[in-house]
Ligand binder design. Structure first.
Ligand SMILES: *[C@@H]1O[C@H](CO)[C@@H](O)[C@H](O)[C@H]1NC(C)=O
Ligand SMILES: *[C@@H]1O[C@H](CO)[C@@H](O)[C@H](O)[C@H]1NC(C)=O
Ligand SMILES: *[C@@H]1O[C@H](CO)[C@@H](O)[C@H](O)[C@H]1NC(C)=O
Ligand SMILES: *[C@@H]1O[C@H](CO)[C@@H](O)[C@H](O)[C@H]1NC(C)=O
Ligand SMILES: *[C@@H]1O[C@H](CO)[C@@H](O)[C@H](O)[C@H]1NC(C)=O
Ligand SMILES: *[C@@H]1O[C@H](CO)[C@@H](O)[C@H](O)[C@H]1NC(C)=O
Ligand SMILES: *[C@@H]1O[C@H](CO)[C@@H](O)[C@H](O)[C@H]1NC(C)=O
Ligand SMILES: *[C@@H]1O[C@H](CO)[C@@H](O)[C@H](O)[C@H]1NC(C)=O
Ligand SMILES: *[C@@H]1O[C@H](CO)[C@@H](O)[C@H](O)[C@H]1NC(C)=O
Ligand SMILES: *[C@@H]1O[C@H](CO)[C@@H](O)[C@H](O)[C@H]1NC(C)=O
Ligand SMILES: *[C@@H]1O[C@H](CO)[C@@H](O)[C@H](O)[C@H]1NC(C)=O
Ligand SMILES: *[C@@H]1O[C@H](CO)[C@@H](O)[C@H](O)[C@H]1NC(C)=O
Length: 818
């Protein structure tokens, strides 16, 4: 019966004899000011229907009247209205209690006439493009309970008069451009439940009056420019449930008093300048589910008392200066899902008790000073997906029990001192995506199964260990996902397995500095994604010039390092002709400057430039190099090399090359600009032709003028500038001016050698920044569920280009290259 009745009521609304034609008229007048007044949502806003005018506004879309026919609620949310509020008939709507206009395209200021809505209890103008300041007159709306202006482009100060809104329960003015201080007067508001002023440009201290808010349960002040210390008075807010202060410039210690906030479920203080130690009193916050103090300057030992936080789901101490041992008591936090202790100075061994954390999904201990072996107890962590231990001082054997953690996706032990063999059981990890065992002391053979285990494996890093024997040969499955294979610096023998051809997604293959034999794996030129091929320092032999049937061999190759092998024959001119990625000659790639965007793993590549080896932690996309030095190549340098106009390093030294240096080489403009920009370094001669038997006149102009004598050393037949040996004729007389050179090099302005080195530093930063990145992205779902803000953010993303930020896991995922 009931539903029928409701239907009935809907179709035959009662006729309001007192319905206000004045209200209808003024709404219609405002409608005409809208840019899209033909908006279908407002089609009912008209007097030309069969309804009598007397029922008019009350039956319209979004309009709600009281029994007297007065409009009391106006709800036009999400109606794609475009216009301003300037002509909104505020003075006509004295009875209005609810005004809901969120998620439209309103722009312009909030009119001061809003003060006429003296009965207003609910005002929501969020998710529009309103600008200007918040009119202080809002402070006169004495009945206001909800004030939501978030996600606009409001600026100026938060009006002090908001402190007059004694009934206010919800204040959301976040995500604007508000500046100035948080008014002390807000502390007067006895009914306040949520305060959200986050994501503005607020400065000054957190007013200690906020500790007076008795009903208050959620305080969001994050991502502003707040300074000073956390007020002790907050400790008096025993009803506070959520305190988000992260991403400000708060300093001083974490007050012991915070341990009194018995209702607290989330305490987020990350990314500030907090010093001192973590107070033991926090151990009294028995309801706490998130404790995050990442990226501060906290030092000292983590108190054992935190082991009492038995509701804790997420604990993040990453990026501080915490020292001492990891407290054993953390092993009591059995609800813990995320444990981030990375980038500190924790020492001692990893407590075996952490193996009790059977809810744990992510354990990040990277970049500390942990020693000892990896406890066997971790085999019980059946939910573990990320076990990230790289950059510590761990010893002992590969933790075989970990192979029982079937959900493991990231296993990184890189840069430790783990010894022994890697067990075949590692291949039981069918979901593994990253296996980083690089730079350890592993020995024995590489488990043969690694070539066909997890179909999800993307990164296999075994570099700089003592692996011997042959490279596993059966990369059978064409659907494998392998992107990076690094086995550099082991004692591997045999040939490069041809089955690698099945790794169609391979981007980096580094097998350098092993004892590999056989010919050049020419079949590899068909792998479409291959960008980096390093085979240096092996015993590979034979010619490079091949008759491969690839139409366009190595379409994406940027780094080719074959030096110190026993290759013979002519230089591979047909390859040079096809290195499309080295010909781009533009910097469109700089948007995506780094090849690797995965925060859990970084490619490390050691290149030898002018006799100095340098380690590139991340590989710049614009970084292109060919190193064929120390082989037995002979014949002339093919002209086609001159087409590789984005080449930055070229090393052909120590071969048996003859003939002239092709004039086209002067097209290699990037070599030059690198050279010019290296004023602080001594990499003057990046082109190195030395120890060949080249002869003739060195081409003039372009980069050639910038290389020193020694670049050409050992080529008895060469003459002319810059060599001191002249060619007898007019050569060597005129040396082009430097200005010319600089003009030529404009292409590479701004991206100098230093920035390559900085890029490397930046890579480290990103890598170690992963703790907080993950935090902001991997929040527990309940935090996200608490708000419907996501929709809004999505809606307005295209409207506002103000500040970019990572707002969801998917943002990060899409930013990663795999
Ligand atoms: C309005 O009235 C006309 C004729 O009186 C009728 O044809 C039309 O269907 C009516 N429209 C509505 C929406 O009821
Ligand atoms: C406003 O209307 C939308 C649907 O049009 C509804 O979902 C929402 O609950 C309403 N809000 C208020 C405050 O009445
Ligand atoms: C709103 O109208 C203005 C002015 O015509 C226009 O520039 C703008 O694109 C419109 N906004 C939307 C979201 O339609
Ligand atoms: C509102 O507050 C201001 C300062 O906080 C005060 O001067 C003013 O008299 C108050 N106005 C009303 C209407 O209460
Ligand atoms: C508080 O504001 C931030 C930033 O706009 C937003 O992401 C968050 O969802 C808001 N929280 C609540 C509870 O409104
Ligand atoms: C914070 O202040 C610093 C220095 O005063 C300024 O450079 C920075 O842009 C400010 N950040 C925000 C979010 O207002
Ligand atoms: C907050 O309470 C303290 C005492 O607990 C009092 O001195 C102070 O005036 C109050 N502040 C405000 C803004 O009400
Ligand atoms: C906390 O409240 C008590 C009693 O209301 C008061 O004496 C004390 O000053 C307050 N502490 C702070 C730091 O405001
Ligand atoms: C924790 O609370 C207990 C009882 O309320 C109190 O005795 C103890 O001092 C508190 N611990 C800390 C470290 O503040
Ligand atoms: C862990 O919890 C148990 C039982 O609650 C308790 O006996 C033990 O002392 C706790 N361990 C640590 C290290 O706090
Ligand atoms: C870790 O190992 C490195 C290299 O062996 C050593 O230099 C460093 O002092 C060690 N650190 C600690 C804390 O043991
Ligand atoms: C795993 O858990 C079982 C029972 O929960 C326990 O008996 C066993 O000792 C644990 N294994 C390890 C390696 O901690």
């Amino acid at each position: 019966m009931k539903p029928l009745f409701i239907l009935f009521a809907l179709f035959f609304p009662p006729i309001h004899t007192l319905a206000s034609t004045q209200e209808a008229d003024s709404l219609l007048k405002w409608k005409t000011t809208l840019i899209n007044q033909n908006n279908p949502f407002l089609s009912s806003w008209s007097l030309d229907t069969n309804r009598t005018a007397s029922t008019a506004p009350c039956t319209w879309y979004g309009v709600h009247c009281n029994d007297h026919g007065n409009v009391i609620k106006l709800n036009l949310s999400t109606s794609r209205l475009n216009g301003t509020l300037q002509k909104f008939p505020f003075s006509t709507f004295a009875s209005l209690t609810h005004l809901q206009l969120k998620l439209n395209h309103f722009s312009g200021p909030i009119p001061v006439d809003i003060r006429y809505l003296s009965n207003l209890m609910f005002l929501d103008l969020s998710c529009n493009r309103l600008s200007g300041t918040i009119p202080p007159e809002i402070g006169t709306l004495a009945y206001l309970e909800t004030l939501s202006l978030h996600s606009n482009i409001l600026e100026g100060h938060i009006p002090v008069t908001l402190g007059n809104l004694t009934n206010l329960a919800h204040l959301a003015i976040d995500d604007n451009k508000l500046s100035g201080h948080i008014p002390r007067e807000l502390g007067n508001l006895a009914h306040l439940v949520t305060v959200n002023v986050s994501f503005n440009f607020l400065t000054g201290h957190i007013p200690s009056s906020l500790g007076n808010l008795s009903k208050q349960s959620e305080l969001y002040l994050f991502q502003n420019n707040l300074t000073g210390s956390i007020p002790l008075s907050l400790g008096n807010s025993s009803s506070l449930r959520i305190l988000y202060l992260y991403m400000n410039q708060l300093s001083g210690r974490i007050p012991n008093e915070l341990g009194n906030m018995k209702s607290l479920i989330a305490l987020l203080l990350g990314h500030n300048l907090l010093t001192g130690s973590v107070p033991a009193s926090l151990g009294n916050l028995s309801k706490l589910t998130i404790l995050d103090v990442h990226e501060n300057l906290l030092s000292g030992v983590v108190p054992q008392e935190l082991g009492k936080l038995e509701s804790l789901i997420q604990l993040s101490f990453s990026h501080n200066e915490l020292s001492g041992q990891i407290p054993v008591s953390i092993g009591n936090l059995t609800k813990l899902e995320q444990l981030y202790l990375n980038d500190n100075q924790f020492k001692g061994s990893i407590p075996e008790e952490l193996g009790n954390l059977n809810s744990l999904v992510e354990m990040l201990l990277l970049i500390n000073r942990l020693t000892g072996s990896i406890p066997d107890s971790f085999g019980n962590l059946s939910k573990l997906e990320q076990f990230v231990l790289h950059d510590n001082n761990l010893t002992g054997y590969f933790p075989e029990s970990i192979t029982k953690c079937e959900r493991l996706r990231y296993l990184t032990l890189g840069n430790n001192s783990v010894t022994g063999r890697v067990p075949e059981s590692v291949c039981k990890l069918k979901l593994l995506e990253i296996l980083d065992l690089g730079t350890n002391r592993f020995s024995g053979p590489i488990p043969q199964c690694v070539s066909r285990f997890s179909p999800k494996l993307k990164v296999l890093d075994l570099r700089l260990n003592g692996f011997h024997g042959s490279i596993p040969t059966t990369y059978l499955d064409r659907n494998n996902d392998l992107r990076r294979v690094n086995m550099n610096g082991n004692r591997l023998e045999g040939s490069v397995p041809e089955s690698l051809i099945n790794c169609r997604k391979l981007e980096v293959l580094d097998l350098g500095n092993n004892m590999l034999t056989g010919g050049f794996p020419h079949w590899i030129d068909t792998i479409p994604e291959l960008q980096v091929l390093v085979l240096r320092g092996n015993k590979l032999n034979g010619p490079l010039q091949t008759y491969s049937n690839a139409k366009s061999p190595f379409p994406k190759l940027r780094i080719l390092d074959l030096s110190s092998n026993e290759f013979t024959g002519r230089l591979p001119g047909n390859y040079f002709k096809n290195f499309k990625a080295m010909m781009s000659g533009n910097r469109s790639a700089s948007e995506d400057l780094y090849m690797v965007r995965h925060f859990m793993y970084e490619d490390t590549l050691v290149l030898v430039v002018k006799g100095m080896s340098m380690e590139l932690q991340r590989i710049l996309v614009v970084y292109t190099t060919i190193d064929l030095s120390v082989n037995n190549f002979e014949g002339e340098i093919p002209d086609t090399i001159g087409q590789l106009n984005s080449l930055r390093f070229l090393n052909l030294s120590y071969n048996g090359l003859t003939g002239e240096i092709p004039k086209h080489l002067r097209n290699l403009a990037l070599l030059e600009s690198l050279d010019l920009s290296s004023h602080k370094m001594t990499f003057l001669a990046v082109v190195n032709f030395s120890k060949n038997q080249l002869r003739g006149v060195i081409p003039k102009g372009g980069q050639f003028n910038t290389f020193v004598n020694s670049s050409y050393q050992g080529n008895e037949g060469l003459c002319g500038f810059p060599l001191t040996k002249t060619c007898g004729d007019d050569d060597g007389s005129s040396s082009p001016t430097l200005e010319e050179d600089e003009e030529d090099s404009s292409f590479f302005n701004g991206l100098s050698w230093e920035s390559v080195v900085m890029g490397y530093g930046f890579g480290m930063l990103i890598g170690s920044g992963l703790g907080w990145l993950m935090f902001y992205t991997g929040r527990p779902r309940w935090v996200v569920r608490m708000t419907e803000r996501k929709l809004c953010r999505h809606e307005i993303k295209s409207l506002k280009n103000t500040r970019a930020r990572v707002s969801s896991v998917s943002d990060v995922n899409s930013a990663m290259s795999f």
